[in-house]
Design a protein around this ligand. Structure first.
Ligand code: LLP
Length: 430
């Protein structure tokens, strides 16, 4: 669900008209709804309330410090993958003691920073990393809290680029090797065996892969809990969202701003997983990113040109794959809606950006109301893996980001200036 609605024919984010924000801050523009973030956070909290748990929001989904601040105020912990993300959490007023630090390639500098910051746990991805963390902790006279990321070898049935839980992937340590590794770790004096972790993939729309993976993990987790006193089990993130309500409802829901029910709700997730997890008597961590932020964001773009080739109807907009790469990279679907509700005839449309690549395409042959130059379009569900994956390709400045709260809004990131794009560069001497 989300808080983007048409009011008197104008798309609003909560109580604020999108068009007014664009008039003030220009296009393309990212707009986030704090009520949507809050709603998703609360719905997970509520579903898991029967369990000792901690939500660690996956910062990589949307790392704007305004967004992190909103979640920190709600009491969220954070799942981070770099020193930069840990520093963002700190800048946002988050509690580093409630952060986990994951990722297959942590550098020595990052490990030192995390140890100094007193994070809750390192999620470890290899023996080599474990040895490096032990050595650095010894050097610093500290004890590093660790959890091994187990690769449970369960197929999440999601897009190949975002599935992580099988032996084809670079992530985690094979299920069969885990117990021997914990024995070895128990002999490393600068490690505290905090827990165990898994994450099987992202944008899962069925509960079954979660259930299969948790079921497979439970006997192992119990043995490790009893032998090493582990306090937590992290089941990762991955809860999917609905990108295309029309697929479910079968109606052109796009102009009503309606969001159909999700395929996988926190209630279903909790109903199937709680009975398995509760008897463990451990703290359960979850690391949702997309579920919390995905539907909380909108990317607004302006139509620059219409180009009709006879074969194709192209709508050329001022946003591009550098602003939102998901359609090009994953063939991802983002709903595209007019900012002013339109009853114009639907025509099969390719919405494309100005970048010199054919992949710079947001949709192909999608029935959209006929638009004109200057019209504004919105790409929905652009709150996760959207701005965070943006780049300056083609020397394009990244958009501004606005966080709406009721009828208030805050500029949580200014638009980049063009000059700043080569500020760190210099001409060769001579
Ligand atoms: N925990 C771990 C260890 C992860 O690797 C990830 C995501 C998450 C949690 C959060 O997953 P979520 O709840 O957001 O599904 N750029 C891709 C998604 C990459 C996900 C990477 N890992 C996309 O745009 O679909």
């Amino acid at each position: 669900m989300h808080h983007f609605r048409y009011v008197k024919g104008q798309l609003h984010c909560e109580g604020v008209a999108v068009e007014e924000l664009v008039q003030q801050y220009g296009s393309p523009l990212y707009i986030y709804s704090s009520q949507t973030l809050t709603h998703h956070y609360h719905s997970l909290e509520q579903a898991l309330s029967g369990l000792d748990h901690s939500i660690c929001y996956a910062v990589k989904a949307n790392s704007n410090i305004g967004v992190l601040h909103t979640l920190a105020k709600l009491g969220s912990g954070f799942d981070t993958v770099s020193q930069g993300e840990l520093m963002r959490v700190k800048a946002a007023g988050g509690d580093l003691g409630r952060c986990v630090f994951a990722g297959v390639g942590k550098t020595a500098e990052e490990i030192r920073y995390a140890l100094k910051s007193g994070i809750y746990a390192f999620n470890i991805e290899s023996l080599a990393e474990l040895q490096r963390i032990q050595a650095i902790a010894a050097e610093m006279g500290k004890t590093a809290p660790v959890a091994i990321r187990v690769n449970p070898n369960v197929d999440a049935g999601t897009h190949a680029k975002i599935t992580t839980g099988t032996y084809e992937n670079k992530f985690g340590i094979a299920y069969e090797d885990i117990e021997a590794l914990y024995e070895r770790m128990a002999r490393m004096p600068h490690l505290k065996l905090r827990g165990i972790q898994m994450h099987i993939g992202s944008q899962l729309t069925k509960v079954k892969p979660f259930v299969d993976a948790v079921r497979k993990m439970i006997p192992l987790v119990k043995r490790l809990r009893d032998r090493h006193g582990l306090e937590c089990f992290s089941i990762g993130g991955g809860l999917g969202i609905v990108y295309d309500p029309a697929l479910e409802s079968g109606t052109p829901a796009w102009w009503q701003g309606k969001q159909a029910k999700g395929l996988l709700t926190p209630a279903i997730y909790a109903k199937r997983l709680l009975p398995l997890l509760k008897p463990l008597g451990m703290r359960i961590l979850i690391e949702p990113g997309r579920f919390i932020a995905g539907n909380a964001g909108l990317l607004v773009t302006r139509v620059e040109y219409i180009k009709d080739t006879g074969k194709k109807h192209f709508v050329i907009v001022d946003a591009a794959m550098n602003d939102l790469i998901r359609p090009s990279f994953y063939e991802a679907y983002h709903q595209i809606v007019p900012i002013r509700a339109s009853r114009a005839t639907l025509i099969p449309t390719d919405v494309v950006g100005p970048i010199c690549e054919s992949g710079d395409t947001f949709c192909k042959n999608r029935p959209l109301p006929k638009c004109r130059e200057g019209d504004l379009l919105g790409m929905l569900s652009a709150g996760a893996y959207a701005f965070t994956m943006a780049s300056n390709y083609n020397t394009r400045a990244m958009p501004a980001e606005i966080l709406v709260d009721g009828d208030q809004h805050h500029v949580v990131r200014k638009r980049q200036t063009l000059r700043s794009l080569w500020q760190l560069e210099s001409l060769p001497k001579g």
